[in-house]
Design a protein around this ligand. Sequence first.
Ligand SMILES: [Zn+2]
Length: 46
Amino acid sequence: MIKMEHCRNPTNGTCKSEDIKLYIQVRGQNLPICQQCWNKIAEEEW
Ligand SMILES: [Zn+2]
């Protein structure tokens, strides 16, 4: 089941995109990440 959520990229607190690509687990929470942020995350080491 997919909820409409906006991006909660922990490295970009201002992003409000609803184009959620996937969820990442950070400190026990599932954070929705949008396509755009995921591209950035995938390029960088973090
Ligand atoms: Zn985003």
